[in-house]
Design a protein around this ligand. Structure first.
Ligand code: PMP
Ligand code: GLN
Length: 378
């Protein structure tokens, strides 16, 4: 066959998790918790199954869940989404992202992404015949220079993909970023795909700058989120997409043929669980404690900590230790020290190596202790 993605290999998450398992390393590479989701939520799922919620859900998702998503979104960001026409439950954020891109990107449309970028954006754009235009961001603070974004915009620009809190850099968009973005696209026909899977993982009292807060941006945005991230259940692959009705109508045309609908009993359970806002409002405190604990542990090491304003990732540079490429060093650390990380060069299409490794701190205290112990010996 002629490959549709000739440059694409196996994702770095698969590669590093497999290596960690093979050599028995502590796996701080792929982003997932090593503790369980809430017993209450798990009980709700098994109860839903026992009650017979085991057949197809409606194509856009169970109304009870869409209603709870609407309530949460209005409460947090002040935006009113109609559950009937503007909210769709998806098989994780990944499916929502792919679906949104397929719904609106035509051959030769240009899409702006910021690199390092989460790895599923560019392949989806390319599969639709779109053209990826990227702006490279640099450590330590990975700030977006909006005048550079302006230079990338032309008549073919169809979409900008944003991700805040950001994977892998742990940065967040500020109100100033939002103002710059708004000014930039005010008179342009440009859509936004806003990957907000870490919306609840934001620290130091900062406010998540959801596109839903800003009516002019909200009107042109697909916003995606992930219950996998929010409820410590990445293996459930549950998420959702919010978009104004004119965009959601196109989204659903694809969604109905990609998956039709997603897991019914988990939708029943999550709808019930979301009624208690503490299930997500407690997350910043919960993860900030882990972030601080991991950072304090590494403070005496030879790794240099980059800022972490959100997400459950902590990046480090290691110039005081070695001048190896990040990909080589990540493998060596896994094999020799027994701690797996993600080399951030994997998030640049050209593999730009800025000597940055990403560690996931969504782990039990004892796991963090063990990992820190080993990293202090480096
Ligand atoms: N976007 C980002 C930035 C992510 O880190 C992830 C990984 N969880 C996803 C999307 C995909 O989320 P899901 O597991 O819900 O498909
Ligand atoms: N989002 C997770 C991460 O960044 C990985 C999800 C996946 O393996 N696709 O580590």
């Amino acid at each position: 066959v002629i490959s549709k993605l000739p440059q694409t290999g196996t994702t770095i998450f698969t590669v590093m998790s497999a290596l960690a398992a093979e050599v028995g390393a502590i796996n701080l590479s792929q982003g997932f918790p090593d503790y369980d989701s809430s017993p209450e939520l798990i009980t709700l799922v098994s109860k839903a199954m026992q009650k017979g919620y085991n057949q197809y859900a409606p194509m856009p998702g169970l109304m009870a869940l869409r209603e709870q998503i609407a309530i949460k979104t209005e409460k947090l960001y002040g935006a009113v989404y109609n559950p009937d026409t503007e909210i769709t439950v998806t098989a994780g954020a990944t499916q929502a992202i792919f679906t949104a891109i397929s719904a609106v990107i035509h051959p030769n449309d240009e899409v702006i992404i910021f690199e390092p970028a989460y790895d599923c954006y560019a392949p989806a754009i390319k599969l639709m015949g779109g053209v990826v235009k990227s702006l490279e961001l640099d450590p330590p603070d990975y700030r977006i220079a909006w005048d550079m974004v302006k230079r990338l915009i032309n008549g073919k620009t169809k979409m900008i993909i944003l991700n805040s809190p950001h994977n892998p850099t742990a940065t967040i968009l500020s109100k100033e970023d939002i103002d710059e973005l708004s000014a930039l696209i005010k008179h342009q026909d440009i859509l936004i795909l806003s990957d907000e899977v870490y919306e609840h993982l934001i620290y130091d009292g900062e406010e998540h700058q959801s596109m839903a807060r800003y009516p002019e941006l909200q009107q042109r945005s697909f916003i995606v989120s992930s219950f996998g991230k929010t409820f410590h259940a990445t293996g459930w692959k549950m998420g959702y997409c919010l978009a104004p009705a004119y965009l959601m109508a196109e989204f659903r045309k694809i969604h109905q043929f990609l998956v039709f609908s997603v897991n019914t009993p988990m939708q029943v359970a999550i709808a019930e669980y979301l009624k208690d806002e503490n299930t997500y409002l407690s997350l910043p405190g919960f993860f900030q404690q882990k972030r601080d604990y991991f950072r304090e542990g590494l403070a005496g090491s030879r790794f240099k900590l980059l800022p972490c304003a959100g997400s459950y990732f902590q990046s480090v540079t290691y110039d005081a230790i070695t001048d190896e490429k990040d990909a080589d060093y990540a493998i060596r650390l896994t094999k020799e020290i027994g701690v797996a990380s993600i080399p951030v060069s994997a998030f640049y299409r050209k593999g730009n190596d800025k000597h940055v490794l990403r560690f996931c701190f969504a782990k039990r205290q004892e796991t963090i202790d063990k990992a820190v112990d080993r990293l202090l010996k480096v």
